[in-house]
Design a binder for this molecule. Structure first.
Ligand SMILES: [Zn+2]
Ligand SMILES: [Zn+2]
Length: 140
């Protein structure tokens, strides 16, 4: 891929680039992601933190507590509230990018659904994808 992938928040103050291909989307149906996204699921893509560069804006962070009891830092735009990425406190080398903030995600595909046990009945889940009732560790 010659051009880096770009993304940003709704108001445009936060901008970032990703210097690695992003293909797979993991939909997380946990209740915390439902609240954070304001939707039925958060659609995530796993990236190496070293591949992500923030070119504009200042992120705010909310230290969420995952079901495991570990801290999950959720980074968002303090001006418009768009969730941008999340990161396990114990895995700073991995960033979980919120796919809706990418400028162009048309080539990507949902390949995995996690926390399906808390998925809302009105959310469509493609059962041909990898489905897990609870979490599965992110891989880069
Ligand atoms: Zn913003
Ligand atoms: Zn979640």
């Amino acid at each position: 891929m010659s051009d880096p992938i770009t993304g940003g928040c709704l108001c445009g103050k936060i901008r970032y680039t990703v210097n690695q291909p992003l293909q797979n989307i993991i939909a997380c149906h946990c209740t915390n992601c439902q609240k954070s996204s304001g939707s039925g699921a958060m659609h995530n893509a796993v990236a190496a933190a070293s591949a992500v560069t923030f070119t504009a804006g200042n992120l705010k962070v909310f230290a969420d507590t995952a079901a495991s009891g570990n801290t999950l830092n959720r980074y968002f735009c303090g001006d418009c509230g768009s969730p941008i990425y999340s990161q396990r406190a114990t895995m700073p080398e991995v960033m979980v990018i919120k796919v809706g903030t990418l400028d162009d995600s048309n080539h990507m595909k949902v390949t995995m659904n996690i926390w399906t046990k808390s998925a809302r009945p009105w959310m469509h889940i493609d059962l041909a994808t990898d489905c897990y009732p609870e979490n599965r560790a992110p891989k880069t």
